[in-house]
Write a protein that binds this ligand. Sequence first.
Ligand code: SF4
Length: 63
Amino acid sequence: MKVAVDKALCSGHARCNAVDEDLFPLDDLGYVEFDTAEIPAGQEGPARRGADACPERALSLLE
Ligand code: SF4
């Protein structure tokens, strides 16, 4: 599984990071710092919760 962030939608709420700071690292301004990241095996649950927590729907999970 991978997670992609739409940088045009990400508004720096940091709610994804509050779910899991390792899966959703933020830059100095509070925006998700990656474009696409691999989700380690076993971390699918937090990845889904983090994506669901984004009020902007900026995070997409790619199976
Ligand atoms: S992806 Fe969503 S929850 Fe995470 S920092 Fe961006 S806007 Fe906030």
